[in-house]
Design a protein around this ligand. Structure first.
Ligand code: SAH
Ligand code: DHB
Ligand code: MG
Length: 221
């Protein structure tokens, strides 16, 4: 088992079960052209987010970490008329590319991109006292995952899903003494989850074109 094979199988899944349409392809092409890092979720992962959002009939989605808006498009397409995705991004260039990608996908009215460090925009969002989010996708800087998870609990309701990307980190998550702040971010999340009574959570390891990683899904009780 190796990266070449995982990539080939992801390509095969893309060719069969998860075909991309022109807006998704254009979003990745525009992101590459603007030299954004190629770290968006894969098509099959994006479709999982989409299915989960539909499964819970999500109307309000919060995303932390927009990049070029690829996962944003998968999520926004899951929403009924009047649904909304608020997505938080610190990098103005990423936000600009995302805005164009989202508009090209016909989702400009569904998606709101908020520029700024999420630890600054999350308190503002909470202060607005808008209705809670049905699904929250945490996919920004990994060192702050615990803080994002704490905010997500505040911004959710019983039945909400909180999904956290990149929580296995090539297996490095089990290295207790790691000096990688990203690994320690995930480990702190897991310590929170170990004693958090407000959620029912699991973590799934994944392989694919992005290597060996995983995601956590927490259902708010
Ligand atoms: N969800 C995207 C990928 C996000 S990559 C997709 O799957 O398509 C991570 C993004 O988080 C990057 O665009 C990065 O600029 C952004 N980010 C990093 N630190 C951040 C912070 N403190 N606040 C908000 N966004 C941040
Ligand atoms: C990387 C991958 C991600 O999915 C992400 O959200 C951030 C970084 C990476 O491979 O570096
Ligand atoms: Mg990610």
């Amino acid at each position: 088992m190796n990266q070449e094979q995982w990539t080939a199988v992801d390509r095969y899944i893309g060719d069969t079960v998860v075909p991309s349409d022109s807006a998704l392809v254009a979003a990745l092409e525009a992101s590459a052209k603007a030299e954004l890092p190629a770290i968006a979720v894969t098509a099959n992962q994006g479709k999982l987010l989409h299915i989960l959002a539909r499964l819970i009939a999500a109307r309000r989605v919060l995303e932390i970490g927009t990049l070029g808006g690829y996962s944003t498009i998968w999520l926004a397409r899951a929403l009924p008329k009047g649904g909304r995705v608020i997505t938080l991004e610190v990098n103005p260039k990423h936000a600009e590319v995302a805005r164009a990608n989202v508009a090209r996908a016909g989702l400009a009215k569904t998606v709101e991109i908020r520029l700024g460090a999420a630890l600054e925009t999350l308190p503002k969002l909470a202060a607005e006292k808008a209705s809670a989010f049905d699904l929250i996708f945490i996919d920004a800087d990994k060192a702050n995952i615990p803080e994002y998870f704490a905010w997500s609990l505040k911004l959710s309701h019983p039945g909400s899903l909180i999904i956290v990307d990149n929580v296995v980190r090539k297996g490095a998550v089990i290295e207790a003494d790691s000096d990688d702040p990203d690994v320690q971010g995930v480990r702190r999340l897991n310590e929170m989850l170990a004693k958090e009574k407000r959620v029912t959570a699991t973590t799934i390891q994944t392989v694919g074109s992005k290597g060996y990683d995983g995601f956590t899904i927490a259902l708010v009780n």
